[in-house]
Structures are given as structure tokens and as C-alpha cells.
Design a protein around this ligand. Structure first.
Ligand code: AMP
Ligand code: ZN
Ligand code: FE
Ligand code: FE
Length: 292
């Protein structure tokens, strides 16, 4: 059984529609896919319809932008009730922060002599509720300012680069609690990739486990082999579920093809068992999984 628990559609910053993403996952030989757009559940219905058509098991998820001790941390929430009031209102706040960041970045770019408009960003981002730096990058590509997303991040959009603007994120610990209240389970995305590692040492991962965190993403392209090895040991020590995923973004991120990392079926079963417990505690009957 091949299981990929982290992928983006064009509802956030991937390049495939949710249905296309699901069909691509089935075509690439995956049995289980989690769709995890940034800060929104808008992709779920279309993905679920496509999953039923092609016979793929679909885990409805969200990659939530959170902050812990001043650093951005991505939290994967699987199978929560999207109508849960606290979850819904926190996601709306994060999405509002994404929207208000766009004009701030455009001002920075303008000061650098790059005149990009909100319309150009909107046309690059399609119908997303979760505009992000990748869409600004795409608009810069369309305008011919840079060759690709990578160059846009390297020159302008990465932290420390001149057009970088921080944005609203949910508090990590609070969000772990909210996801559990909403009947879902949470897994830290790429915890030791980029800057999050500085605030997510092994002891902290244990503390987060005690606060309700279910697992950590170990097999991810942002983690070199030795890091995966070390993280696996931390997971074992703290009884955290270990996941492996592509973090696929369609054509938007090279080297993240569907299924390039996968989750062990036994770990997936543990994750589902935790989701069943969380669903029961929250008063939902069962997790809302599309089973092939
Ligand atoms: P945002 O959520 O708007 O701050 O944008 C963060 C997203 O940008 C991440 O989830 C990545 O998918 C993407 N990203 C970050 N760094 C890069 C990069 N160097 N090249 C391409 N995409 C990137
Ligand atoms: Zn992304
Ligand atoms: Fe991420
Ligand atoms: Fe991601």
C-alpha cells in the first residue's frame, strides 16, 4: 500500500486542480493521498468526488500556518470537522493575514523598482483563498522579472530578502488543541527543515506530544538522510507517529513528485486509530475519510 500524506492543489499554491491532483495520485500508483492545502479546506469537496471516481482513499487535511516562539511552523491537521467554530475562525484569521500581506509585499517590490499590481497577483493565484509568496513569485515570472519561483524566493521573497513580509499565523500549541477539539489529529510538517528546527528540539517535540500532537513528518525532501534518522529516533522515544510525504505542489516545486516519500502502512494505521479516538472524543461518530 502506497501512502502520501501531504500534497497541495491550486486551491492554495499547487498547480493542479484538486481533481487533477487526485487523478495524478491514482495514476502514479498511490492508494492513499492526503490533500493538505495551506490554511483552507476549499479543496476537499472536489478532491473527494474525484477520489470516489478513481477509487483512491482520500484523507482530508490542511497545512496550517502556525507560529511557535517566534518561528513559523507548519502543522498538518488531518480529518478535523471543518465547521468547528474555533478551527473555522482561526483559519479565517490566517487567511485574512495572507490577503493583507499582498499589498505590503507589493509596496516593498515597488520600492525596489518592480511594479507588480494586485490584479497581476490575483491572476497568478487563480481562485485561491490562500494567496502566498509562491503566487507573487508566479506573477514575477509572468512579468519576466525572474525565471522561476526559486529565483523569486532567492532574490525577493525569502526571509532576509528585501520584499519579505511576515504574516499572521495561529499559535502552534493553541492550534494543536483546536484540531483535537475539532476531532482531528495533528502532525508537524517538515519539523527540522528550514528555520522551524530552532524551536522544535527533541524535548519540545515530547512536550507537544503531551499537549496532543500525534505525529511528525520524518521522510520529507527538506530532511537529509541523517536528519531523518535522528528524527525517527526522537519519534520512537516520544511515541510519535512517523509520516513520510511528498509535499507535492504540481509544477510549483521541483523534486517533490507524488509518492517520492511515503508513509509506512503501520504508521498510517496508528494515525487513523488516533483520528478515530479524536473523532469519538469530539462527539463526531467517525473520521470523514473517503475509503476506496
Ligand atoms: P507563504 O505560506 O506564503 O509564506 O509561502 C510559503 C510557501 O512557499 C511554502 O509552503 C513553500 O511551498 C513555498 N516556498 C518556500 N520557499 C520556497 C522556494 N525557495 N522556492 C519555491 N517555493 C518556496
Ligand atoms: Zn505550499
Ligand atoms: Fe510546509
Ligand atoms: Fe506543504
Amino acid at each position: 500500500m502506497r501512502i502520501d500524506l501531504h500534497a497541495h492543489s491550486s486551491v492554495s499554491d499547487g498547480t493542479q486542480r484538486p481533481a487533477e491532483l487526485v487523478r495524478a495520485a491514482a495514476a502514479s500508483g498511490l492508494d492513499v493521498l492526503a490533500i493538505t492545502d495551506h490554511d483552507t479546506t476549499d479543496s476537499w469537496d472536489e478532491a473527494a468526488r474525484a477520489a470516489r471516481e478513481v477509487g483512491l482513499t482520500l484523507v482530508r487535511g490542511i497545512e496550517i500556518s502556525t507560529v511557535h516562539r517566534g518561528r513559523g511552523v507548519h502543522l498538518l491537521a488531518y480529518l478535523p470537522d471543518p465547521t468547528h467554530p474555533a478551527l473555522h475562525s482561526r483559519l479565517l484569521a490566517v487567511l485574512a493575514g495572507r490577503a493583507s500581506r499582498v499589498p505590503a509585499i507589493l509596496e516593498r517590490l515597488s520600492a525596489l523598482g518592480v511594479d507588480l499590481t494586485e490584479e497581476e497577483v490575483a491572476s497568478a493565484s487563480g481562485r485561491t483563498a490562500a494567496t502566498g509568496r509562491p503566487h507573487l513569485a508566479d506573477a514575477l515570472v509572468t512579468k519576466g522579472v525572474v525565471r522561476d519561483r526559486r529565483e523569486a524566493f532567492d532574490r525577493f521573497l525569502n526571509p532576509g530578502r528585501p520584499a519579505y513580509v511576515d504574516r499572521t499565523a495561529a499559535d502552534l500549541v493553541d492550534m494543536i488543541t483546536v484540531v483535537a477539539d475539532a476531532g482531528g489529529v495533528s502532525v508537524l510538517a517538515h519539523p527540522w527543515g528550514r528555520s522551524a528546527r530552532q524551536v522544535l528540539d527533541a524535548a519540545t517535540l515530547g512536550e507537544l506530544r503531551a499537549l496532543g500532537l500525534t505525529g511528525i513528518e520524518v521522510d520529507h525532501e527538506d530532511h537529509p538522510r541523517p536528519v531523518r534518522h535522528e528524527l525517527r529516533a526522537v519519534a520512537r522515544h516520544h511515541d510519535l507517529v512517523v509520516t513520510g510525504s511528498s509535499d507535492h505542489h504540481g509544477l510549483g516545486k521541483v523534486g517533490h513528485e507524488l509518492g517520492c516519500n511515503t508513509t509506512d502502512p503501520h504508521e498510517y494505521e496508528r494515525l487513523l486509530a488516533a483520528a478515530e479516538e479524536a473523532a469519538a472524543r469530539s462527539g463526531r461518530a467517525v473520521p470523514d475519510l473517503v475509503v476506496a
